[in-house]
Design a protein around this ligand. Structure first.
Ligand SMILES: Nc1ncnc2c1ncn2[C@@H]1O[C@H](COP(=O)(O)OP(=O)(O)OP(=O)(O)O)[C@@H](O)[C@H]1O
Ligand SMILES: [Mg+2]
Length: 270
């Protein structure tokens, strides 16, 4: 369970990236975060692994709060998949997947490439499970296609059997077919291990298809929290364009009042 407890983040320039966010994400849920550019999606994800420190409030995983004392341990329980893959291009595919062990092994061991044979076997197995045959193991990561690089990113993320995977726009630079394949791989890997996934997306159709739950953010606030079925086109427009909403009584769906009429360049229905 990830618990965001009244989390706010104000940057020194006065930007409020998160405003009093309180949500609970149960273990094993595939939770998609949607919202216009600048809404605070990446900031929200980064508070879970301590890359961004909240100005107010706290984030905890299974009751353990992210703080300097717990950060090292929590980092082993939280992995990240990035939009631009974040592989070391000059390193081999195998080396990049083994880098997923870094939070748990000494830097010296990692630098010297001293990984346990069990870890190497695990890396091979994970690569196979994301569709990369053994002949890719010694290839230079930078030579792979975007879709192949993200497969390596997924294998790396699951190296330490994390409880939480943060995926920040993991398919933003991939074509629609590969995007679906990549999200399917993340979903399958997560379901096998009961891993919680917090995934920001800009593709509404994919959010509806893959999310167990959609969290809609706007100007640092959670303005929608519900199932894909409840995320109607009307609510989609409200999220991206802003609208006056009445509070809905059912607690599955939470739409807050939006006062901004600012439009965005996001692909929403007319
Ligand atoms: N390091 C930083 N310093 C100052 N402001 C920042 C910093 N990082 C993010 N912000 C601001 O915080 C707000 C939220 O940014 P964030 O990156 O979380 O948005 P996002 O929803 O992920 O957007 P996108 O869809 O474009 O990735 C934005 O106004 C952004 O400019
Ligand atoms: Mg972002």
């Amino acid at each position: 369970m990830i618990h965001f407890n009244s989390v706010s983040k104000a940057w020194p320039d006065g930007t409020h990236a998160l405003r009093n966010v309180s949500i609970e994400i149960p273990r094993g849920q595939f939770c998609v975060v949607l919202g216009p550019s600048g809404a605070g999606k990446s900031t929200l994800l980064r508070t879970v692994n301590g890359l961004t420190k909240p100005t107010h409030g706290s984030v905890s995983i299974d009751g353990v709060q992210m703080c300097p004392a717990s950060e090292k341990v929590l980092r082993q329980r939280v992995a990240m998949i990035h939009q631009h893959f974040n592989l070391t291009n000059r390193m081999t595919v195998a080396g990049n997947v083994l880098a997923g062990m870094l939070p748990a092994v000494s830097t010296m061991r990692a630098l010297l490439g001293w990984f346990h044979p069990e870890h190497r076997a695990r890396a091979c197995k994970l690569l196979e499970s994301v569709g990369l045959a053994p002949n890719h193991l010694q290839r230079r990561a930078g030579d792979l296609s975007g879709g192949q690089q993200q497969r390596v990113g997924i294998a790396r993320a699951f190296m330490l059997d994390p409880e939480v995977v943060l995926a920040d726009e993991p398919v933003a630079s991939l074509d629609p077919k590969i995007s679906r394949d990549i999200l399917t791989l993340i979903r399958v890997a997560a379901r096998e291990r009961n891993t919680t996934v917090l995934c920001s997306l800009h593709q509404i159709d994919l959010a509806r298809e893959f999310g167990d739950r959609i969290i809609g953010m706007r100007e640092g606030e959670v303005v929608f929290d519900g199932t894909p079925a409840a995320f109607t086109d009307e609510r989609l427009r409200a999220l991206y364009h802003g609208a006056q909403w009445e509070e809905k009584p059912d607690h599955d769906i939470r739409i807050r009042h939006q006062h901004s009429t600012q439009t965005s360049a996001e692909p929403v229905p007319a």
